[in-house]
Write a protein that binds this ligand. Sequence first.
Ligand SMILES: [Zn+2]
Length: 481
Amino acid sequence: MIKFRETIKENTYHLQMIAELSGEDISNDYYCGYRQESPFPLIKLLKTNDLWFDYKPHLLGHPDIIALLCMISYYAFFCNLVSKDTIIIEFPRPISVNCAKAIETIYYYDPTNKNTKSKKIIINNVSSSIISYGEWIKLNKVTGDKPKIGISFGGGLDSMAAHYLFPKAYLIHEKNYKNMDYTHTMIYNKKYGKKAYSIESNNKELCTMHGWSSWISCVSTSLLLSSDLKLEYIFLGSSLGSVYLNNGRKFFNAHEKPYVNHWYKIFHEVGIPILTPMAGFSDLLLAKIIPRNVLLTQLNYCTFGIDGRNCHKCWKCFRRDMIISYITGKPIINNIANIVNMDNINNINNINNIILLYETNETVRRLMEKYIMEPINENKMPSIGPTLIYILMQVDCRENIKKIYPVWIHKYAKAVNTHIRAMGGLDLDFIKLFYDKSTKLFEQYNIDIKKIINRKLSFIMKQISPMVSKDYSNLENWGNS
Ligand SMILES: [Zn+2]
């Protein structure tokens, strides 16, 4: 049996998993599994599996919410358990019947055995006298109040765009206690107002490899605050690339099965749906939604640089910097003010100096060869996704864009453009247009939240046109050739 325990120590909230059968002892490496996120590496739960958050829920958190928090935090380590007939679980407090039913459907993704599913989850403490989180929210809702939304806020391109589209939503950030974190500092300095929270945690340090045990852990802090803030919805900033394009690789029809991701289904059934209102926008469009000064100075997509700011050395920073330079025509100044004279940011040599940082960076250069040159040499499409392909094509054929980027990038831009032309051209208009079919993702939800999302989307569609039939076709066939 697996038992979860919660404790409150001064101002921190703690969860711990306790295994009760010998042979399943946490000290035996029995609790291991695949990180529930591509590329699904094998991870082991650390013996001291005490998960803590620097936040004490005033209402202690609805028991259903705490049960979800337990499951998203520890389920990746259940690989050895899913081959058994039953998994018996006891949560810190009894949960509602609704929540128990939803949790019983949890699916374990094992990349080595795609048929593996948990046989049966038996929850030891279910109580018919506990009302589900969703019902509890309805009881506590003041008539006429708008739905309360929390954005799981990382501070990067997607969640920042969600913030600018839905400025009244709460921003909820998780800070790793080990790292400096610029977004945390900005929230702490009230840069994002009273409705922004940054919670310190060891959530990314629970296992043998740094990082969350599952992609869904990005909502942990939103869950922890949900009972206090009476949150009805959690928004993720996930863009077109992550919802429909498998991060640029191949189109994936997110509408085909109504609840294609089982976590979305479970959260919906417990009464705190996760929505992705930015799913119709490419990264290029997200960058257009964010004000330029914020793009250049506040956006934080990596924490490995000075003071937890963007490092401008890694592949993620490189991809983002390529987009931001394209949209603004300016260098990225936020964490490299010490390198660039701030008064001279329009100087082309300075732009070159910044992007030159990447030129001397082995990782970025190696990946440029791997994702661009190797596929081209094999007569395949570069595997960098449509946005970066589009930008590189523009760099090669438009002088005013070319001069923003340094000479070493021109070589890759030329290779991409020449290859695409030889293949007969490529219509990438779809990354500049809104994928209005994404509104299908919200069809099943309450009219109140649909109104909020649709009002915002129709406002943005005054500036960004929707795709037409040829664009649907180009997007929906992406990765098929
Ligand atoms: Zn970086």
